[in-house]
Design a protein around this ligand. Structure first.
Ligand code: AMP
Ligand code: TRP
Length: 327
């Protein structure tokens, strides 16, 4: 029987999703559904590595499921589920935490960022976060993990943990590969092109959220910082314009050459105007679709997803326990 290769990815139900999350990750999730068996998870157990209001977290978990669906993740073809519905994620994370080393976790740059450099005060869960991520991926014998560039280091750790386990206990896990898009893997903040666009940007104009209304989008793009010079060309030494052009390219589906030709002889005002139109046009139907799913429909999709996920995850976990002599 022909077996399709497997994909796993996820996003945290915190903050608001922005076009960086979409262009760096979710857009690819949708495209990969045709050729792979896909698992797309709402990683609420990762969310609690930082303080969350319980009521808001529950709401955001369902909202994120709506966003996956509205973006085009098809529950008939892909498995969509909530991480906490499958207890094997926490169980395998414990096992892997007994294999991982303090030193390898200490090297994770995201911990340094999110822990604000204060390890004494940071939560232990924030420190072991990448182990839970490795558990997510390895439970499904995943071949490919579509993520933005900021997750590359976590994927390398996942591969190291899988290789070590296979070596010490015998072949158990598929070694996953990252899938990082050539264009869009790191969309920058509109307010500061040296930083990535982020859910927690202090500057409210830095990120365009997927649910922003048209006026807000236009305003944020109008205020976006630009570089010196006037030419509108893809040029990494001019990161602000490069970022705006990249967003334009991905939103319109044009090639780089077509984008440059479109703006030849035009100024930054034109770039911002046309970019705002492209983003607004792109998000309008998406925002309509987000409203389509009521709680009952959503509940059914997530329950079906959890069942399918549990079956595969518990088979992997059983194998792990047997190999370690704990079952
Ligand atoms: P998160 O919201 O942190 O769970 O991220 C969900 C996905 O979006 C991950 O695959 C990230 O790598 C990706 N992502 C987050 N920020 C950006 C960005 N600024 N540019 C591209 N991809 C991003
Ligand atoms: N750490 C990822 C992020 O912040 C989210 C995530 C958790 C994930 N588990 C995963 C991504 C497994 C891919 C695969 O973006």
């Amino acid at each position: 029987m022909y077996m399709r290769k497997r994909i796993f990815s996820g996003a945290q139900p915190t903050g608001q999703l922005h076009i960086g999350n979409y262009l760096g990750a979710i857009k690819n999730w949708v495209e990969l559904q045709d050729d792979y068996e896909c698992f797309y998870c709402i990683v609420n157990m990762h969310a609690i590595t930082l303080p969350q209001d319980p009521k808001t977290l529950r709401q955001k978990t369902l909202d994120l499921a709506r966003i996956y669906l509205a973006a085009g993740v098809d529950p008939e073809r892909s498995t969509i589920f909530i991480q906490s519905d499958v207890s094997a994620h926490a169980e395998l994370a414990w096992v892997l935490s007994c294999q991982a080393r303090m030193g390898e976790l200490e090297r994770m740059t995201q911990f340094k960022d999110k822990g604000k450099g204060n390890a004494e005060r940071a939560g232990v869960g924030l420190f072991t976060y990448p182990i839970l991520m490795a558990s997510d991926i390895l439970l499904y014998q995943t071949d490919l993990v579509p993520v933005g560039k900021d997750q590359k280091q976590h994927l390398e750790l996942t591969r190291d943990l899988a290789e070590r386990f296979n070596r010490d206990f015998g072949e158990t896990f598929v070694i996953p590969e990252p899938f990082i898009p050539k264009v869009g893997a790191s969309i920058a903040s509109l307010a500061d092109p040296a930083k990535k666009m982020s859910k927690s940007d202090e500057n409210a104009n830095g990120a365009i959220f997927l649910l922003d209304d048209a006026d807000t989008i236009a305003k944020k793009i109008k205020r976006a910082v630009t570089d010196s010079g006037t030419e509108i060309k893809f040029d990494e030494t001019r990161p602000a314009i490069n970022n705006l052009l990249t967003i334009y390219q991905l939103m319109t589906g044009k090639t780089q050459a077509e984008c440059e030709a479109n703006f030849e002889g035009k100024g930054y005002g034109a770039l911002k105007g046309e970019l705002a139109d492209a983003v607004i046009e792109f998000l309008r139907p998406f925002q309509e679709r987000v409203k389509q799913y009521d709680d009952a429909a959503l509940g059914a999709i997530l329950e079906k997803g959890a069942e399918a996920a549990r079956e595969i995850a518990s088979a992997t976990l059983d194998g792990v326990y047997k190999k370690m002599g704990i079952s």
